[in-house]
Structures are given as structure tokens and as C-alpha cells.
Design a binder for this molecule. Structure first.
Ligand code: SAM
Length: 398
């Protein structure tokens, strides 16, 4: 058996993400006792689990997302089980679900199951915290191997044990561990350079190539126009990762709003101050800046959050939420699909640029966790792929 603490595991998740296969693998390769031993939990299920725990072996309980599982979930929480949620590209999961041999199924079965998940997620969510593994991805329908799942769980468990804060650690530490576990942090470039420096230096050099002084992209006109209809006159708006201030800050100032723009690139801010004299701009790294609580009516973050290392993004989102007044709006473009990587010849310039984004489902979770209600999430095409355009509203503080 691998070294380190071996947790008792509760595995659940989206259908056809390999839950059963993984728990069987744990039983065969890691000396786990698998419960239920049969296909479905029987009436003696709880006693079966207790007996397995008494035997001293690690136990894996693997289940679909059943309403009848509430009491069991509470019992397992008390017994210190570690809950893991398997997820990923749900379209691919649906295809795999339909293709499973010996399991006649329809798309409605899948949707029925997922509707259960949505309905009861609020009740279960705290048990999983951030222990989510995206195990399935498209379009080649790649399923994470059992070995990699186990390695991710071990990494998470080991780093939790090592943490000076232990199990008491706050949400950020837990998220970071989960990202470590899923290999997302590990997928950052190996080079010695800090991704934030790559981004900062990249925009310093490519500011004008990325956005000429008089640029006015159509989609920006539409998005900013929609925000304008939702704002009271003279609103206070933060443009997070504002670039050169064109076209967003410029348009908002023209419409009489009070705009603050922050950006990590000195060159972007230098141009913004010239191009949009009516706004206030500051060079700042959004991962470090502490924003005043309840100080903005709206925050715009177009294509900027996706340059921040994933591990830091939930904290930035929390700050954004915190700086909004109750009912304030966030309008942001974020990842539609998860991806981290760089382009060493961005915009055919020979200059490197770096991005890191989660998928839209993860952003929804991060936003909701931060106290932002996602009002709308749509696909914004961009070349051959696209991003998620998210409208979210700051929920009322208690
Ligand atoms: C793709 S540009 C978008 C600019 C502007 N929002 C727009 O849509 O026109 C991304 C901007 O985010 C800024 N940015 C990236 N990481 C940042 C960080 N950590 N803090 C502040 N700004 C950042 C970059 O310098 C860049 O100007």
C-alpha cells in the first residue's frame, strides 16, 4: 500500500465517471474494503460499514446521489470519511453513460439523476468541500486513470496532514490542496518565471497590438450596453484588469459613471490614463490588492481573471464579491472549459502570454461560494473556442 495516511473514502459524482471501477480498483490494489459489497446498499448497509471499519482496513463507500442517502452521509461524516466528488465534462459523461455495456439507459435517466444532484447539492456540498476531481474530459472522452485518481487523493490527504493549520485550515488552503491534488497547480509552466510576470511583461510589450487606441469590438458594445441599462446614474464601477481602458472604461465614463481601473501592466495603465482621463487608474495586482468592502456598484472583469493562477482565483472572486454593494453586479468573462497554458508567440509577436482557467461549472461554484448569485452564464465564442460570459449579483449580507 502507498505510504501516508489512508483515508476512508466516500465516492460519489456524475454518472459514468468511473466511481465503481475506482472503488473496485481500491479494493484490489490498495486493500480497501468496499461497501456495499453488492451492487446496491441493502438493509444492513450501515452495519456492514461499521464492521468494515472495525476490521481496521480502510473503507470505500461508493454511491450515486440518492435522496435516501442523507442519513448515511451524516453518519459517514461523523465517522470521518473523506468525501470525493467525481465530475468533468458532463456531455462526455452523458455519452459514456449511454454507451455503457449491459446498462440500457436514456438521456432522460441521466438528466433525472443530475436534477437530483442540483436539487440536493446545497445539502451535500459542505461534505465534499473542494474535494472534486474532474476525471472526464472531451472531445476524446479521456477518463482519468485509477492510479491518477489515487495519486490525487493521496496528494490532497498528505498535504492536509502537513498543513500547519491541519483540518482547521481555511477555505483557501483547502482549495489550494484540491488544485494541487487535481494537478492543476502542477500544470503551470515549469520555467522559473512567475506566470504573473509573464502576463505583466507580455501586456507591457503588446498593449497596443492587443488593443489599438480607437478599438471598439462589437461584443464589448453589446455587453457594456447591457450593463449600462442596469446601472443607476453616477454608479461606481471597478474595471478589474482594465487594460488600456478602451473601450470599457471609456464608454462608462462617457455615460457619466465613476470608474476605477486596475491592471498589473504599467504600460496598460499608462495608456489608460491618456485615453480615458475621466477615470481613475492604478497599477495593481488583483491577487494582492485588498478592495474596500461594499465600495462598488458593479465590477467588470473581461478576460483578466483568466490570467491569474487558478489557485488564487477563488480569493480574487471573494474580494470582488466583498467589494460589491448588496445587489451589485459582476460582469465577467471566464473559462468555459478548463485549460492552463501559454503561447510563446502570442499575436505573432514572439512574446509569451500565459492563461489559466477553470471550467464554467467551477466558476459557478466559486462565485456562489463567494456570495454571488449567478444570474446568467452564456457561451461567448472567440475564434475556434470561447469563454463563459457571466452575470452575477452580490447577495444581501446578513
Ligand atoms: C486580455 S486583457 C483584457 C483587458 C480589458 N479587460 C479588455 O477586455 O479590454 C487582460 C488584462 O488583465 C490584466 N491582468 C492580468 N493579470 C492581472 C492581475 N493579476 N492583476 C491585474 N491585472 C491583471 C492584464 O495586464 C491585461 O491588461
Amino acid at each position: 500500500m502507498a505510504g501516508g495516511r489512508v483515508p476512508n473514502l466516500f465516492i460519489s459524482g456524475v454518472p459514468a465517471t468511473g466511481k465503481t471501477t475506482f472503488s473496485r480498483w481500491l479494493a484490489s490494489n490498495m486493500d480497501y474494503v468496499r461497501c456495499p459489497s453488492g451492487e446496491e446498499p441493502g438493509p444492513n448497509f450501515r452495519r456492514e460499514i461499521e464492521a468494515a471499519i472495525d476490521s481496521g482496513a480502510p473503507v470505500v463507500v461508493e454511491m450515486g446521489f440518492l435522496e435516501g442517502g442523507f442519513d448515511l452521509v451524516e453518519d459517514l461524516t461523523e465517522l470521518g470519511f473523506e468525501f470525493w466528488w467525481f465530475d468533468g465534462d458532463r456531455e462526455v459523461a452523458l455519452q459514456n453513460f449511454l454507451d455503457r455495456p449491459n446498462h440500457p439507459a436514456t438521456p432522460e435517466n441521466f438528466r433525472f439523476y443530475m436534477a437530483h444532484v442540483e436539487r440536493h447539492w446545497g445539502r451535500y456540498q459542505e461534505n465534499f468541500e473542494d474535494r472534486r476531481l474532474d476525471v472526464i474530459s472531451g472531445p476524446e472522452r479521456v477518463l482519468m486513470s485509477n492510479e491518477d485518481r489515487w495519486a490525487a487523493i493521496q496528494t490532497y490527504t498528505t498535504s492536509a496532514a502537513r498543513s500547519p493549520l491541519g483540518c482547521e485550515s481555511g477555505p483557501i488552503d483547502r482549495r489550494e490542496r484540491a488544485l494541487l491534488a487535481t494537478g492543476i497547480i502542477g500544470s503551470m509552466p515549469d520555467s522559473a518565471s512567475d506566470p504573473l510576470d509573464v502576463v505583466r511583461l507580455g501586456y507591457d510589450q503588446l498593449s497596443a497590438r492587443y488593443r489599438p487606441d480607437n478599438a471598439d469590438p462589437k461584443e464589448y458594445r453589446v455587453w457594456t450596453g447591457e450593463l449600462l441599462t442596469a446601472l443607476q446614474p453616477g454608479s461606481s464601477v471597478l474595471d478589474l484588469g482594465c487594460g488600456c481602458g478602451v473601450p470599457v472604461a471609456r464608454r462608462l465614463v462617457q455615460e457619466g459613471h465613476r470608474v476605477t481601473g486596475i491592471d498589473i501592466s504599467e504600460r496598460q495603465i499608462e495608456r489608460a490614463r491618456t485615453l480615458v482621463p475621466g477615470a481613475m487608474f492604478q497599477v495593481a495586482d488583483m491577487t494582492r490588492r485588498i478592495l474596500e468592502p461594499a465600495s462598488f456598484d458593479a465590477v467588470i472583469a473581461f478576460y483578466s481573471l483568466i490570467h491569474v493562477p487558478l489557485a488564487a482565483q477563488p480569493t480574487v472572486i471573494e474580494q470582488v464579491s466583498n467589494c460589491l454593494v448588496d445587489g451589485g453586479l459582476l460582469l465577467a468573462t471566464v473559462g468555459w472549459e478548463a485549460w492552463t497554458g501559454s503561447d510563446v508567440d502570442w499575436l505573432d509577436s514572439g512574446v509569451e502570454m500565459w492563461w489559466s482557467q477553470a471550467d464554467q461549472a467551477t466558476y459557478r461554484i466559486w462565485l456562489e461560494e463567494a456570495g454571488l448569485e449567478v444570474v446568467q452564464c452564456s457561451f461567448a465564442p472567440d475564434g475556434e473556442s470561447g469563454h463563459a460570459l457571466i452575470w452575477a449579483r452580490r447577495q444581501r449580507r446578513m
